[in-house]
Ligand binder design. Structure first.
Ligand code: NDP
Length: 524
């Protein structure tokens, strides 16, 4: 038995209803090998013109072997990509919204036609189970369909004023947007930024994580095949230094960042120096609260989804599972039983539910949190160790999903973002108490409440200080609704229609239809 989430049901929940897409898009073949070049500028793969010798060895999480070697982009390479995106702006913003929307719809169709190949690339790059990667890549097509579909409605306003005067409020693109992404959902992270930015008439330069450089370039080929003009979307590879060069570049109007809080603070600082807009999608330490009237099977399923998808490397995870004292025993037994049934294995096997941690250093960090929890008095009910696989998978870092009991709020594992498959079980007695404890964190990305009491569900949702609250489910993000954090979890939102404000200026043109009335300032 595997993760008790039916793939079919989850897929239905995550996907928007089918949208009318162009019946067929003739796709030039997307690159499916792991050979470079890895930057993408002016509509083609390229190497940085001046390679300073720094090359990132990208390891395949599943095996620990080298997947590809990627040269880092220096200041000249970043400048070249940004200049190219800037040059592409006038023609791109000149297209009508409907035309840009149509191109995004075609991008969705290219993704769906090449789903198998793109999913394979994402699995090798991330080590996540293939069924999850399929959902991630399908959600990229969903996002392009959503923004392609709403494109014609990204309009301004006509505001009637006194005496026949009026104002036009028009939306204008910001200019060149820089995107910087994390490694856990590589292509989806890029698409959540690129799709709304492009539909608003901006052009883009994206820097993926050094650990997952591949599908940002695949996205460039998808957009090329969809007919998006050269230069509208560009990729520079590199480490944090390259990200910093991008965020500080004078021709970059906005930085959209996904990653950790400390890096987000640095990006905000860099952007502040140039008075640039930022969107920051940062970390989380979500609460999942289970009241005694909840359906326990559903609550257990949600706890699995809140902790064990993508090896627990999910920003919105509900890692602090607060369980009412009266049901603690029953809930714990059910959760541990379900967790023990998860199957650690080759990410390409359809029945694998736990793949490989992104890299050794991160795996050791996750294990160190479990060690610290034990030292602070937690009991490990299941998991807690590295699982050594054999054959080609022997070099991968596969961690057993872990459930910790006897946790208290002050423990390090309860306070800090672990970013791994580690559930901390916490016990509570009443609603007011649990809400206060759930909110007692600097993070505020997401959380959930499990109850059959409609009023309590809404009351707790209203009281939780986070950008998303799920009632009786967890970790679903349809493109139609905004996603983002309160407090240190970030600034701004992605997805939904609200994001349009984040990628446009509004310009007010006030038209005076009478004489200028300046009061006593002017005397005949
Ligand atoms: P990091 O903050 O380490 O890195 C994120 C990106 O920033 C990477 O591309 C990294 O480059 C780049 N970077 C590093 N330093 C700088 C700098 N000084 N200036 C500009 N860019 C820089 O995060 P991780 O990649 O380790 O991702 C894990 C974190 O991301 C977790 O905290 C998680 O919660 C959060 N996250 C948040 C999400 C959300 O939507 N809220 C979604 C997914 C993850 P490189 O890695 O190449 O060095």
């Amino acid at each position: 038995m595997h993760l008790e989430v039916s793939l079919r049901v989850l897929r239905c929940l995550l996907r928007a209803p089918p949208t009318a897409t162009p019946s067929h898009v003739t796709s030039r073949s997307l690159t499916t090998t792991f050979t470079g070049p890895w930057n993408y500028v002016r509509g083609q793969r390229c190497n940085p013109a001046t390679v300073d010798g720094r090359v990132i060895k990208v390891l395949e999480p599943a095996t620990g072997g080298v997947l590809c070697e990627v040269p880092t982009s220096d200041a000249a390479a970043v400048d070249d990509a940004v200049t190219c995106a800037h040059a592409a702006l006038p023609a791109w913003r000149q297209l009508s919204l409907r035309e840009r929307g149509r191109l995004l719809m075609r991008a969705a169709a290219v993704i769906r036609e090449n789903l198998h190949d793109i999913v394979n690339l994402e699995v090798r790059d991330t080590g996540k189970p293939i069924w999850e990667a399929r959902l991630d890549i399908e959600s990229c097509a969903d996002a392009f369909e959503f923004y392609g579909g709403i494109a014609p409605s990204v309009a301004g306003q006509h505001v009637p004023l006194a005496n026949g005067s009026f104002a036009l409020v028009v939306r204008e693109p910001l200019g060149v947007v820089a995107g910087i992404g994390a490694w856990n959902f590589p292509m989806q992270t890029a698409v959540w930024k690129v799709a709304p930015a492009l539909v608003c008439g901006n052009t883009f330069v994206y820097k993926p994580s050094q650990f997952t450089p591949v599908t940002a370039v695949t996205l460039a080929e998808v957009l090329r095949d969809a007919g998006v003009p050269d230069g509208v979307y560009n990729v520079v590879q590199g480490e944090g230094e390259t990200g910093g060069l991008l965020a500080r570049h004078p021709l970059v109007a906005k930085v959209s960042f996904t990653g950790s809080v400390p890096t987000g603070v640095q990006v905000m600082r860099d952007a502040a120096a140039g008075v640039k807009a930022v969107t920051l999608e940062l970390g989380g330490k979500g609460p999942l609260i289970v009241f005694p009237d909840a359906c326990l099977v559903n609550a257990v399923k949600a706890a699995l989804m809140a902790n064990f998808l993508s090896q627990g490397q999910v920003c919105s995870n509900g890692t602090r599972v607060f369980v009412h004292r009266s049901i603690l025993g029953e809930f714990t037994d059910k959760l541990v039983t379900a967790t023990r049934k998860l199957k650690i294995g080759n990410p390409f096997d359809d029945d694998t539910t736990v793949g490989a941690t992104i890299h050794e250093e991160h795996a050791r960090k996750v294990l160190s949190y479990i060690d610290s929890a034990k030292r602070e008095g937690c009991r490990v009910l299941c998991g807690g160790e590295r699982e050594l696989l054999t054959g080609p998978l022997a070099g991968g870092w596969y961690l057993q999903p872990t459930v910790l009991a006897d946790c208290t709020d002050s423990m390090k594992v309860v306070q800090e973002e672990v970013f791994g498959s580690v559930v901390a079980l916490l016990v509570f007695d009443d609603e007011e108490e649990v809400v206060a404890r759930a909110n007692n964190t600097d993070y505020g990305l997401a959380g959930a409440v499990f109850t059959k009491d409609l009023q309590r569900g809404h009351r707790v949702s209203a009281a939780l200080q986070c950008g998303t609250v799920w009632v009786n489910t967890y970790n679903l993000y349809p493109t139609e609704v905004p996603f983002g954090g309160y407090k240190h979890s970030g600034v701004g939102r992605e997805c939904g229609t609200a994001v349009i404000d984040a990628y446009t200026h509004t310009k007010t043109t006030y038209v005076e239809m009478g004489d200028v009335d300046c009061g006593p300032l002017y005397q005949d």
